[in-house]
Design a protein around this ligand. Structure first.
Ligand code: PLP
Length: 402
């Protein structure tokens, strides 16, 4: 086929929608006031960061919330605040992204990686086996790329083995399992508001919990100085009294500017999630129909947010997959691949976290990652754009996939 006859996609896979007008107005008001620091408020005034925390706690149906500099810092503070000590072991699914093992390492802990299955979620049998091992107490479950494991079984395993669950909801803000919000299952859950996530403040993280001691520690760790009274999604002041000089300051705060941008986005979050899913379903249906491409089976109880899509090229060797990716890219469709031996861009594979020293051989995870492709679905893409992307992938697949 001549190059001029090939289907072509021309939009940018990293282009998000602009910040909504209300967010821009609020940001300008903060900039004009000069009061960007979260504790720079008048007596009795509730700052933007405090209001965001109240509103996000209410959205999640949780008592407490803390806004942080990033999800990575929120996860680190969550691990410290829940009681992880240097040398402890934290179980974690092996399909996740670099900030997750990074938070575990930052807390001084060792990682115990758990296999994944063909639906890209954690392998529950491997989890059960590792949960039963001596010393297993902490479990960081990363809902990577929005794939939510069977949370009923997860909670059964956690309860049976006394595992404390910390949820990484960087990709599941707005998602539910069997009607319950992702992030409402664990002792503590962390969310990202980094540009490519479901709310965009450039960088940012949110932590939620119902545990008053945990959140009090997290607030002080985050760098509240002795100003924690200015938080409003917090427990009574008495909870802070006994710990206020025992918890160091790690300076991981969110500022009022970012909180101001996020508050109006929270109001439209559910609608945005529905818009993502409309695009996801077009792509999923189209991809499933292509010979050689497999989309994971999703449980009907999983109400995910399809802000990205993953699929497997089972049975294809590395040269074929590389050619498939290169030809898609040449026609404007940017796909990532989790099978790279060395980490590329945002798609780090667990074997590259060599700072932990010992890394297990996880044959199933390696097999699954070796054929897994990944594509962002920004809301700047229309339904027609999704059809053009599919047309490119159909064309390339017919030529490349064996
Ligand atoms: C699965 C996952 N967890 C956590 C994070 C950390 O988020 P942040 O960039 O806000 O630190 C990311 C970031 O991309 C992620 O992909």
């Amino acid at each position: 086929m001549a190059d001029s006859e090939k289907k072509r996609f021309t939009k940018d896979f990293t282009l998000q929608e602009p910040i909504c007008e209300e967010g821009i107005e609020k940001a300008l008001a903060i900039l004009r006031s000069g009061k960007l620091h979260r504790y720079n408020v008048d007596p009795g005034e509730k700052g933007e960061a405090a209001q965001l925390e109240e509103e996000f706690a209410a959205y999640m149906g949780k008592k407490y919330c803390l806004a942080c500099a990033s999800c990575g810092s929120a996860m680190y503070l969550a691990l410290k605040s829940v009681g992880v000590k240097p040398g402890d072991t934290v179980l974690c699914n092996a399909y996740t992204l670099a900030p997750v093992p990074g938070a575990i390492e930052n807390a001084g802990a060792q990682i115990e990686l758990v296999e994944i299955g063909d639906d890209y979620t954690i392998d529950l049998d491997d989890l059960e086996k590792k949960a039963a091992a001596p010393g297993a107490k902490w479990f960081m479950l990363s809902h990577m790329r929005g794939h939510i494991a069977n949370m009923d079984r997860i909670m059964e395993i956690c309860n049976a083995h006394g595992l404390v669950l910390i949820e990484d909801c960087a990709h599941t803000m707005g998602a539910t399992w069997d009607g319950k919000k992702s992030g409402a299952f664990g002792t503590v859950a962390c969310f990202s508001t980094q540009t490519y996530k479901h709310m965009n403040s450039g960088e940012g993280g949110l932590m939620v919990t119902d545990d008053p001691d945990l959140i009090a520690r997290a607030i002080i760790y985050s760098g509240s100085y002795m100003l924690y009274e200015r938080h409003t999604a917090r427990p009574e002041m008495a909870v802070f009294e006994s710990i206020k000089t025992m918890v160091p300051n790690y300076s991981c705060r969110m500022d009022n500017l970012r909180a101001a941008i996020l508050r109006p986005q929270l109001e439209i979050l559910d609608n945005q999630c529905a818009r993502w899913n409309k695009r996801y379903r077009i792509l999923e249906e189209g991809l499933t129909a292509i010979q050689g491409i497999t989309c994971p089976q999703r449980d009907p109880r999983e109400n995910y947010v399809g802000s990205s899509i993953q699929f497997s090229l089972y049975g294809q060797d590395e040269p074929t997959i590389r050619r498939f990716l290169a030809e898609c890219l040449a026609q404007g469709v940017e796909l990532k691949w989790f099978g790279n031996k060395e980490p590329v861009g945002f798609t780090s594979a667990y074997e590259s976290w060599r700072y932990f020293g010992r890394l297990p051989h996880l044959p199933n995870t390696l097999r699954i990652l070796s054929v897994m492709c990944d594509m962002r679905i920004p809301l700047t893409f229309t339904a027609d754009d999704c059809c053009t992307i599919l047309a490119v992938i159909i064309e390339v697949s017919a030529k490349v996939i064996k």
